[in-house]
Design a protein around this ligand. Structure first.
Ligand code: RB5
Length: 148
């Protein structure tokens, strides 16, 4: 069974989100598109960030992808959910480090600051990179719990 990846955007990320959904499908994932289904210039990022973060937080999905203009609003929303580690990535290198060192389970793309092509490269790198664990596992664990 293919892995479900939840995907959401606001109006600023709408176009890029359509490409991300297509690309995830092309790569053999099962994208779950929480919307928007059509461009609505008045929509709000929280309405689409929350269902994606909730799915990852509850373990319904292992990973999610969000996009808004700067990526910041989506990251604020997603990181309020327990067990969600949402990383804004504007380059493949950031995406790689967000996986290797931070075990990011939600990728947030700043749609107004990356081209479509860059967005796809960032997505690929994030999908294909594993968490390094070791000292990073201790650091990630300390986000929620102090001490060993
Ligand atoms: C929408 O115009 C814009 O503010 C939003 O996409 C995002 O950048 C917020 O963080």
């Amino acid at each position: 069974m293919s892995e479900q990846v939840y995907v959401g955007a606001d109006h600023a990320g709408f176009q890029l989100k359509q490409k991300l959904v297509d690309e995830l499908r092309r790569l053999g994932y099962e994208p779950v598109d929480v919307g928007p289904k059509a461009l609505d210039p008045a929509d709000d990022f929280s309405d689409y960030g929350k269902p994606v973060a909730d799915a990852v937080s509850r373990g319904v999905a292992q990973r999610g992808v969000l996009t808004c203009g700067t990526g910041l609003g989506m990251a604020y929303v997603a990181n309020r959910f327990p067990r969600v580690r949402a990383a804004v990535a504007w380059s493949p290198e950031i995406a790689e480090l967000a996986r290797k060192h931070n075990d990011a389970n939600v990728l947030v793309l700043p749609s107004r600051f990356v081209s479509e092509e860059e967005g796809m490269e960032i997505l690929h790198r994030w999908l294909d990179t594993g968490f390094e664990g070791g000292r990073h596992a201790r650091r990630v664990a300390k986000i929620d719990h102090d001490g060993p």
